[in-house]
Design a protein around this ligand. Structure first.
Ligand SMILES: Cc1cc2nc3c(=O)[nH]c(=O)nc-3n(C[C@H](O)[C@H](O)[C@H](O)COP(=O)(O)OP(=O)(O)OC[C@H]3O[C@@H](n4cnc5c(N)ncnc54)[C@H](O)[C@@H]3O)c2cc1C
Length: 377
């Protein structure tokens, strides 16, 4: 079996590794000329790390990242509102939650590939479906026949637009800034993810390596992200805890990435004939649960198992059946959290904070457990 993967993001690379380990040949086609490391961090939650353990990557990721033992929501002054203790999941699944530089993770995944070729500067522009295979055209003029295609080409997927032209992208009307800074975080925060909620903005930070802190900040806008300027970041968070203000101050402006937050409207079909979607192309989510890449990593594992076990048609069907409920649960919950976090009304906000404080940790832990538990194949 030969499989062509469009996109060398976390989803495409992990899928190629998982398929290789099943003895399935793959090629990856990536639009960029160079696989540049994104200057941001990522949190690989327990579910993703269980997959990486199965793929023989757990140790190297743990060695190059930083373990996170709790995820906290706090007020702007870093006083706690809610906390999820992750150590019980570490013990249950024998896998830690790891915060790591995206570039480091990308290199680890590339280094793990053995037979897969990554064809850079190959932006897919069109797909023509024939009786038994597909004819792919790339912007560089190359054209190939392909028998099985996996669309791992992200939120704006060309592959998805070919098989499901009517799927649409939802804009959350939130701007997001992300950065990495050399910063000596106080010891008590070094193994935690903290996300501070303010009035219609929030700020998260986590250590990804010694003296390296990854942070993200989000703010709601009315019409478009140009309502805000990166030059005013310190002002937007001027009422936050001094650690947060120091983190912003210590980051070089050129190293800050700005994006608008979007997701994909839920769709119940992820495949058609011999073309199947994985990761963000199938179920892009807002980043509020830190689960987008983790879900792509789960896709990679489940799809490779299904392709190993069944004929292609059935494999795609079983994969969708297994993966869709959890991926959709993440998209829905994440959207809701994103909205709640930016509630403006002070009375509703105070009520929300009260409820968060009163919610027993066991309830939040139960919700996390549903996300961390891998699908059984
Ligand atoms: C602010 C923010 C923070 C986040 N934090 C986390 C987190 O902590 N944990 C987590 O699990 N997730 C997080 N996510 C989500 C995560 O980044 C995505 O879900 C994940 O990267 C999706 O991986 P993917 O491989 O499906 O798609 P992508 O990463 O988008 O990769 C798609 C690849 O396809 C290529 N491509 C696109 N079009 C074409 C084409 N036509 N031809 C060829 N190649 C093409 C692209 O260049 C790219 O390399 C976050 C997202 C954001 C926005």
């Amino acid at each position: 079996m030969n499989i062509d993967i469009i996109g060398a993001g976390i989803g495409g690379l992990t899928t190629a590794i998982a398929l290789e380990q099943k003895g399935i040949k793959t090629r990856i086609f990536e639009q960029t000329e160079v696989l540049k490391p994104v200057g941001a961090g990522i949190i690989l939650a327990n579910n993703a790390m269980q997959v990486y353990a199965k793929l023989g990557l757990q140790k190297v990721i743990e060695k190059n990242g930083n373990p996170i033992s709790s995820m906290n929501i706090t007020k702007a002054n870093l006083k706690p509102l809610s906390k999820i203790d992750l150590t019980r999941f570490e013990q249950k699944y024998n896998a830690k939650n790891i915060a790591i530089h995206r570039g480091t993770l990308q290199q680890i995944l590339i280094d793990k590939l053995r037979s897969t070729s990554i064809k850079l500067d190959h932006k897919l522009t069109s797909i023509q479906q024939n009786a038994n295979d597909c004819y792919l055209k790339f912007e560089n003029g190359e054209q190939i026949n392909s028998s099985i295609i996996l669309g791992a080409d992200g939120l704006n997927s060309i592959v998805r637009q070919h098989i499901f032209p009517s799927n649409s992208i939802r804009n959350a009307n939130q701007i997001c800034w992300r950065g990495i800074t050399d910063y000596d975080l106080p010891v008590k925060y070094r193994n935690e993810l903290n996300e501070a909620w303010g009035k219609s903005e929030r700020f998260g930070f986590v250590q990804i390596a010694k003296n390296k802190v990854y942070w993200y900040a989000l703010k709601s806008f009315k019409k478009d992200k140009n309502e805000f300027s990166i030059n005013n970041l310190e002002q937007y968070f001027s009422e936050y805890n001094s650690v947060i203000k120091d983190i912003i101050k210590s980051t070089q402006k050129e190293q800050i990435y700005t994006a608008e937050i979007s997701d994909l409207k839920l769709t119940n079909s992820w495949y058609k004939n011999n073309i199947c979607l994985i990761g963000d192309s199938a179920h892009a989510t807002t980043p509020n649960m830190g689960q987008g890449a983790c879900q792509a990593i789960e896709d990679a594992f489940v799809l490779s198992e299904c392709l190993d076990k069944y004929e292609v048609d059935q494999a795609f069907m079983e994969y969708q059946k297994l993966r869709l409920p959890k991926a959709h649960q993440v998209v829905k919950a994440s959207w809701l959290i994103g909205k709640m976090a930016h509630w403006k009304n002070p009375i509703i906000r105070s009520l929300r904070n009260h409820v968060l404080k009163l919610t027993p940790e066991s309830i939040s832990a139960k919700q996390s457990e549903r996300i961390f538990e891998l699908d059984r194949i």
